[in-house]
Design a protein around this ligand. Structure first.
Ligand SMILES: Cc1ncc(COP(=O)(O)O)c(C=O)c1O
Length: 304
């Protein structure tokens, strides 16, 4: 049994579905509450001793929810389950220490933290890695090879078959140094301030639904404007130089849970400013007027 949550990115759903098809393992999904947090009251009925692995995201890429990783890992350990944390949305935004979180695995992508695409990291606890066979074969990962059989290096080397992505690793190391110099605590503080301010101001927009928790949230806000499809709103914003993202954000089950086909998402980082959020609100207020069917009959004043 593998326990996942309804807020997972497709990349933390599809591989488990493929594995389940291959092995007969079953999947279970911890529900998400209306406020965008995990239903922790139901956790004990989902996280039972049959669960071998609990894989969940640290920060939701559509809701901004920050999950209580250390608490979830401790509860998983109590029932003998391994844990995998999807840190794609947290690695560049929040202080992270795998020993403090006490997870068994943690994965992230380079391009979510100013690094190159095509490279990421899968951290694994040493004892767990040592107990695992290679998952693919090739050069570099062997101790000796005969025509019939091979023996393998210790972990983690036995998981690194073939010529590595050297250029990617150098790029990722530079990105890690860069982020460390700015400081994840400073980034988190800055991003949180922007995200709270943005959520507060977005709530002023008529006919607009804001997704995610009202308390602490990651550096993003998802919204749906009643009068406009998320892609139309994103295109409209783009006309004014505002880069938003529209669609299901690789979260189709989560979108279904909230009864929408997609959202428009604003996300923030250390280079964004409060003034940019004010400008975003100005553009979105203009969008409300533009897309409102009644208002559309009268000319919409241009925005400078
Ligand atoms: C929470 C989360 N997990 C996983 C991923 C997938 O990362 P990648 O683009 O490297 O496949 C993303 C990227 O959008 C994400 O936001």
């Amino acid at each position: 049994m593998i326990l996942l949550t309804v807020m997972e990115h497709h990349s933390n759903l599809v591989p488990w579905q493929l594995l389940a098809e291959r092995t007969g393992a079953q999947l279970r999904f911890l529900p998400v509450l209306d406020d965008g947090t995990l239903n922790l009251e139901q956790l004990s009925s989902f996280l039972t001793p049959e669960v071998k692995l609990f894989a969940f995201t640290h920060i939701s890429n559509s809701l901004g929810t920050i999950n209580p990783v250390a608490e979830l890992c401790a509860k998983a350990r109590d029932v003998g389950a391994l844990t995998l944390v999807d840190a794609a949305q947290s690695i560049g935004h929040i202080p992270l220490d795998v020993q403090e979180l006490d997870c068994d695995f943690l994965a992230f992508s380079g391009h979510k933290m100013c690094g190159p695409t095509g490279i990421g990291v899968l951290y694994g606890r040493a004892e767990v890695l040592d107990s695992m066979p290679p998952w693919h074969g090739g050069g570099e990962m062997i101790v000796s090879v005969t025509l019939e059989k091979s023996t393998f290096k210790k972990s983690p080397h036995r998981f690194e078959a073939g010529t590595p992505n050297v250029a990617g690793a150098i790029g990722l190391a530079a990105a890690i140094d860069y982020i460390q110099r700015i400081g994840r605590s400073a980034i988190f503080e800055h991003d949180s301030e922007l995200a709270h301010y943005a959520a507060e101001r977005l709530n002023e927009l008529p006919g607009t639904r804001i997704f995610g928790p009202s308390g602490q949230r990651g550096a993003l806000v998802g919204l749906v404007m009643e009068a406009a499809h998320p892609h139309d709103l994103t295109t409209f914003a783009d006309q004014y130089g505002l880069a938003m993202r529209g669609g299901h954000h690789c979260n189709q089950p989560l979108m279904r849970r909230f009864g929408v086909s997609g959202t428009t998402r604003a996300s923030f980082y250390f280079y964004n400013t409060m003034e940019e959020i004010d400008r975003m609100i100005e553009i979105l207020q203009h969008a409300v007027r533009f897309f409102s069917p009644k208002e559309r009959r009268s000319p919409v004043r241009p925005l400078s």
